[in-house]
Design a binder for this molecule. Structure first.
Ligand code: SF4
Ligand code: SF4
Length: 273
């Protein structure tokens, strides 16, 4: 049995009495109780899942559509019942767009950005190899799966402290201000009530989970599948640890950049420019 929110808050209260930090408190008062859950999800074949996004193909598709292309974002938000509260301040971002110059503020080569400067780039959690969000989480609600590198969220363990939001240098985490189960008109009944995925609730932090529930079934992430369906093929998902994988092939053949690589978090999302 793990530590739920109420138990954690009790422990946090005791911790305050003894002047301990959250993580130390759990270790002392509930040793061995904070291993992350998600037991329902079997191990997948990849050992370091990654994504390559071809910005050129994405922009080409966006130019073809009257209102730009949003297929990947629509698919992700539909599959995960991500709500749209209509208030940008409360937006829950699993996958979103931002201009190139904001996405890559330190891109040193000005010639790369010339034509791209104000163009929208698709962004999501980078599933960093060294994720600072994981290091600061006092309850281990956010954790990296050592088997395949996915940075997961266990919403049952999240106490909404938002340390992870402050630690993530990519703005990849959102605080959920409302009850997302009531938000979308057409709920995907498999999520979050799917037994393989911890149920989400109000007052917790959310982010892209690399579609752990889908890859466990041998399916592609919803955004990649949607991109392939419309024949844009701008997103490729694969195993970075396998030299023969589709992503490694793309990295060999193209020049790619990563967001804020200088910070050393080692993002697992690569962009072909
Ligand atoms: S992008 Fe942010 S939320 Fe995602 S793993 Fe990296 S630090 Fe954590
Ligand atoms: S990988 Fe899955 S959760 Fe992440 S942005 Fe794509 S569809 Fe959304």
């Amino acid at each position: 049995m793990g530590v739920d929110r109420r138990e954690f808050l009790k422990i946090a209260g005791m911790a305050a009495l003894f002047g301990l930090g959250g993580k130390a408190a759990v270790d002392i008062f509930a040793p061995g109780e904070v291993e992350a859950s998600m037991e329902g999800i079997p191990l997948t074949q990849g050992t370091r899942w990654a994504m390559v996004i071809d910005i050129r193909k994405c922009l080409e598709k966006q130019a073809q559509e009257k209102d730009g292309c949003k297929a990947c974002m629509d698919a992700c938000h539909r599959v995960h019942n991500v709500p749209d509260w209509g208030n940008p301040k409360h937006a829950i971002k699993w996958i979103w767009q931002e201009s190139f110059e904001h996405s890559f503020p330190n891109q040193p080569n000005p010639y790369i950005t010339e034509g791209l400067k104000h163009q929208p780039v698709i962004l999501l959690c980078n599933h960093c190899f060294n994720p600072p969000c994981v290091r600061v989480c006092p309850t281990k609600a956010t954790f990296k799966r050592e088997e395949d590198g996915i940075v997961c969220m266990d919403m049952h363990r999240c106490i909404g402290c938002r340390f992870c939001m402050a630690a993530c240098p990519f703005g990849a985490r959102s605080f959920n201000w409302g009850d997302p189960r009531k938000a979308p008109k057409e709920l995907n009944p498999e999520f979050p009530t799917n037994r393989d995925y911890p149920e989400r609730s109000m007052g917790v932090v959310e982010k892209c989970d690399f579609c752990v529930e889908r890859i466990a079934r041998g399916e592609l992430p919803a955004c990649v599948e949607a991109c392939d369906k419309i024949k844009a093929h701008a997103m490729t998902f694969g195993d970075l640890a396998d030299p023969e994988s589709n992503v490694r092939k793309l990295l060999r053949e193209h020049y790619t950049i990563r967001r804020k690589a200088e910070l050393g978090t080692e993002p697992n999302i690569f962009y072909i420019v």
